[in-house]
Each structure stands twice: as C-alpha cells, then as structure tokens.
Write a protein that binds this ligand. Structure first.
Ligand SMILES: [Zn+2]
Length: 135
C-alpha cells in the first residue's frame, strides 16, 4: 500500500490539504478540516523517522518549523504554538506545528485542540496565503 504522505504530496488521498510552502526538501501544508492553524512540515523524501533524515533535511525541516511557528503566532495570536514529532500513524517524517487558541477549555488536552467546537472560525485558504509570507 502506498504511503499516505507521499500520496498527499501529489495532491491525492485523505491527508491532502492546502500547501502553504514547499521547496525541494520539505512541504508545509495545512491539515484538512475546519480547525485553522494546524500545519505539517514533511520531508519530500520518503523517510520514516527523525533519525533517518540527512543533515540537509534536518536544517530544512527546522527552518520550516520555525517559520511555521512564527507565522501562526503572528497571524492567530494563540495562547501557545505546539510542535511535535511522533510518527506513530504514518511512517513518513512529519512534524506537527499547531496552535492552542486562547480560551480553549482546560479539559481539552494539548493534542486535542482541533476537537474544540468553540475554536475561532478562520478562512483557511486566506490564512495559508498569509502564512506563505513567513517562509
Ligand atoms: Zn512517504
């Protein structure tokens, strides 16, 4: 079965979302769905985990995650910008960079912000166009 993130990079499959920015090493995209402010930084190359990245990919991923976090902070003024590398669901390197909005109820866990039905409604396409300026 094909890797879901490789498919996504070709615009296919359930993970495909708006691309914020990309170069020859990394792709930064917005998570599909209604929750605004949840980005993924992914290597273009199919590689399973952090320890498999080249030094060049590490630099590219780090720079992109930094730009993503700065853009989210500036555009959405959240309570927090989280970043996480887990890799348990899809074995293609991806780093989560996502906001926790001010006012998110404390019983909603740090990874569960998108489940909050009270999150601000944001035009995600317009947000992605603005975020591109941070890269
Ligand atoms: Zn892949």
């Amino acid at each position: 079965m094909e890797c879901a993130i490789c498919a996504k990079h070709r615009g296919k499959g359930p993970l495909a979302g708006p691309v914020v920015w990309a170069d020859d090493m990394v792709v930064v995209s917005h998570r599909p769905g209604e929750f605004a402010g949840y980005l993924f930084v992914e290597t273009r190359r199919h590689v399973a985990a952090l320890d498999g990245l080249t030094a060049g990919e590490v630099a590219a991923v780090s720079q992109a995650a930094w730009c993503a976090a700065r853009g989210l902070r500036s555009e959405l003024a959240p309570e927090h910008v989280f970043s996480a590398i887990a890799g348990r669901s899809v074995a293609h390197f991806h780093q989560h960079v996502f906001v926790r909005y001010r006012g998110t109820p404390s019983e909603i866990g740090w990874m569960d912000g998108p489940s909050w039905t009270g999150a601000p409604v944001v035009d995600i396409g317009a947000l992605c166009r603005r975020l591109a300026d941070y890269f």
